[in-house]
Design a protein around this ligand. Structure first.
Ligand SMILES: NC(=O)c1ccc[n+]([C@@H]2O[C@H](COP(=O)([O-])OP(=O)(O)OC[C@H]3O[C@@H](n4cnc5c(N)ncnc54)[C@H](O)[C@@H]3O)[C@@H](O)[C@H]2O)c1
Length: 273
């Protein structure tokens, strides 16, 4: 069923909406006449997205929220309920990136990553799932990454956080069965955003490598946003936005040892570049 038919009130909330994918999602939904809840830790960035949403005919609702703070997420849910009476789609998108091996990543950096990229999504689900189930409908979109499936070396904390988001989403999918609330988990490969701005890594050259891969991505944030909206419309659970990752995903499930050998070959090829 078409997204706007399932959700005639057209209310979407996006965390991390100040930049990159979050902003592209805000623009996508605004173009379709949705009311767009813009939540981010960065106030100036939220203002930029709000102006774009207005220019595109959408109705922005701006709320500052740090996804690592329980009270912020709680206040966000209360504010949305008060202002809109409910919400149709919640997109847990806010995130950061970082590299480092399992043994070289400091406890502080593990905590930083897991607090934002995993527990930020946990908080979003904990606050909004009860609202959606009470309404008897709605859709949760959790932004993970193909990193949480591929598990390439030296991206330890990022891989673990994103694998956690996938596990969380699978668990929630089963818990939501029969409630009328849908869920999607999105696993993109690289696409160009500002994600590398706050990249944390103790490996020399790693940030430059990741930035070059991002630059070369054939897919834009707008393309990823459109795929996410389509997935919510079709109530598709696993969303693999980049074509090559579909074969890799199935190879890993059907022939994990072969997948592992292929992964090492790809990593060695990249490291020689
Ligand atoms: N760009 C990629 O190649 C790629 C690939 C796979 C997955 N992702 C995921 O997409 C999501 C969006 O990232 P992006 O690429 O658009 O990066 P981005 O840096 O352009 O945007 C991330 C946004 O999240 C916000 N944010 C960061 N910490 C926050 C916090 N504690 N509370 C609230 N907001 C916070 C930032 O202010 C920013 O506006 C992330 O979850 C990222 O892991 C990105």
């Amino acid at each position: 069923m078409k997204l706007s038919k399932r959700f005639p009130e057209k209310r979407v909330l996006i965390t991390g909406a100040g930049s990159g994918l979050g902003r592209a999602l805000a623009e996508h939904f605004a173009r379709d006449g949705w009311r767009v809840g813009i939540a981010d830790v960065n106030e100036a960035a939220m203002g930029g997205t709000a102006r774009l949403v207005e220019q595109l005919g959408g109705e922005p609702l701006v709320r500052q929220c740090n996804v690592t703070v329980d009270e912020d997420m709680s206040a966000l849910a209360t504010g949305i309920k008060k202002h809109w009476g409910g919400v149709d789609i919640v997109i847990n998108n806010a995130g950061v990136s970082g590299g480092g091996t399992v043994t070289s990543t400091s406890t502080e950096d593990w905590r930083w990553m897991l607090e934002i990229n995993l527990l930020g999504v946990v908080r979003g689900c904990r606050e909004f799932v009860p609202m959606l189930t009470k309404q008897g409908g709605g859709h949760i979109v959790n932004i993970a990454s193909f990193a949480g499936i591929a598990n390439i070396p030296a991206m330890a904390s990022y891989n673990v956080a994103k694998a956690g988001v996938i596990a969380l989403s699978e668990t929630l999918r089963a818990e939501l069965d029969g409630t009328g609330v849908g869920i999607s988990v999105v696993c993109p490969s690289f696409f160009k955003t500002n994600l590398m701005t706050g990249f944390r890594s103790n490996i020399p050259g790693q940030q430059g490598w990741a930035e070059r891969v991002m630059e070369k991505s054939p897919i834009t944030a707008a393309d990823v946003a459109a795929k996410i909206a389509r997935a919510a419309e079709k109530e598709q659970f696993m969303v693999l936005t980049h074509k090559p990752t579909k074969a890799q995903y199935h190879l890993k499930r059907l022939a994990p040892e072969r997948y592992f050998r292929e992964l090492l070959k790809q990593v060695n090829k990249f490291q020689r570049r």
